[in-house]
Design a protein around this ligand. Structure first.
Ligand code: NAD
Ligand code: DAU
Length: 355
């Protein structure tokens, strides 16, 4: 381990965004040793990381961030210099049916990691130490027709998911102010791209269009989300990890607002073309269903701080990104089948428990 410049734990590395961040770090920084700390819930899938799993600077640890003893054991094994913390329960609809699972992982789990870092970094304070907390724009609540979330927008979370993420953000900042823990935090808008679990809007619609199933649009579909290519999020995390100011928060967003109904129509058109269907065929599958409880109307991020301070901006136009995303799902039907069946989890747990 001594030959590595930094030992970084990436939590939730088997999930959607985590796997993109992990891939970027493992490939770009052979001088860092990266440990993927993931409980492999329904949303975690080690197949997402096949292309990097044999790299010498990568290790996987099957661990629940709420298990204090396990986190302690991992600290003893790796002596982590930094954390990039993505592990979370991430789906708003699930938080409405099972809020306490979100309190557990998102609040308690984050608290356990912060406490471990406080304990281990107290005496050997180093420039290398950093707790990077990956959070969401949903902590700011819901916008009306106009305006943007800035870093100064007061928190106003409205779903159990966003309330649990807001709590974790507050804990992170509290550990900075109280214990001087080196932290940085980012709040990002809706991501899209490959390896996105097909319970979320875009991959769910792609899958349903492909199989000629109804496309469930909540309410009238007037709600607005600001979509960002997941690899642009990963690039932003890389920049903030290396150059972000300690104790600061940064908004990350795509400057790319879409009403759900317009987005679903766009996807239908792209899919009709790619599947060789007559234009308008897939749109007939659109079905308006009961609205999500407490459904936030609009999210829109002002990412100018990140742009002005660190020079980040999104790299990909939405239609190009959606086209690439659709291609990935069409070419990776086995992945969709595995993640929705749950078989892969048992398989991988057995594989890793044998080691
Ligand atoms: P995801 O649901 O795809 O992945 C979550 C990962 O965390 C999975 O690998 C899962 O196994 C792991 N995990 C869950 N509970 C755990 C626990 N108790 N211990 C260890 N690992 C656990 O989530 P995602 O969409 O990739 O989101 C990652 C992070 O980014 C989350 O913190 C989320 O709040 C945040 N975020 C997501 C978006 C988005 O659009 N998806 C936008 C902004 C911020
Ligand atoms: O804004 C960032 C957040 O984006 C992240 O913090 C969350 O982890 C992530 O899940 C996402 O939350 P949303 O609730 O915005 O994403 P979701 O894909 O669930 O829904 C997007 C929009 O589409 C939302 O307005 C609800 C609507 N929707 C969703 C589903 C799954 C539908 O109309 N039909 C659906 O079937």
């Amino acid at each position: 381990m001594d030959k590595y410049q930094k030992i970084i734990a990436i939590t939730g590395g088997a999930g959607f965004i985590g796997s993109h961040v992990l891939r970027l770090f493992v490939n770009k920084y052979p001088e860092y040793f990266i440990v993927n700390v993931d409980a492999l819930t329904y949303a975690g899938n080690l197949e997402n990381l096949r292309d990097i799993e044999s790299k010498p600077n990568y290790a996987f640890e099957h661990a629940d961030i709420c298990d204090e003893n396990k986190i302690e054991e991992l600290f003893a094994k790796y002596n982590f210099d930094a954390f990039i913390h993505l592990a979370a329960e991430s789906h708003v609809d699930r938080s409405i049916t099972d809020p306490l699972a979100f309190v557990r992982t998102n609040v308690l789990g984050t608290g356990i990691l912060l406490n471990a870092c406080r304990k281990h970094w107290k005496d050997k304070a180093s420039d290398k130490n950093l707790f990077y907390h990956v959070s969401t724009d949903e902590v700011y609540g819901s916008l009306g027709e106009t305006g943007f979330f800035t870093e100064e927008t007061p928190y106003d979370p409205r779903s159990p998911y966003s309330a649990s993420k807001a709590s974790s953000d507050h804990l992170v900042m509290a550990y900075h102010h109280t214990y001087d823990l080196p932290v940085v935090l980012s709040n990002c808008s809706n991501n899209y791209g490959s390896h996105h679990f097909p319970e979320k809007l875009i991959p769910l619609m792609i899958n349903n269009i492909k199989h000629n199933k109804p496309l469930p649009v909540y309410g009238k579909g007037e709600n607005v989300r600001d979509w960002l290519w997941v690899e642009d999020h990963a690039r932003a995390i890389d920049l903030i990890f290396h150059k972000g100011r300690r104790g600061e928060k940064y908004n990350i967003g795509g400057f790319n607002e879409w009403k759900n109904i317009d987005l679903v129509h766009l996807l239908c058109n792209i899919m009709d073309e790619k599947l060789g269907r007559e234009k308008g065929t897939s749109a007939k599958l659109i079905t308006h269903v009961k609205d999500r409880m407490g459904h936030d109307l609009r999210y829109a991020i002002d990412a100018s701080k990140l742009n002005n301070e660190l020079g980040w901006k999104p790299s990909l136009q939405f239609e190009e990104g959606l086209g690439k995303t659709v291609d990935w799902y069409l070419q990776n039907e086995a992945w969709v089948n595995h993640v929705t069946s749950g078989q892969y989890q048992q398989y991988y747990s057995e594989q890793y428990n044998k080691r």
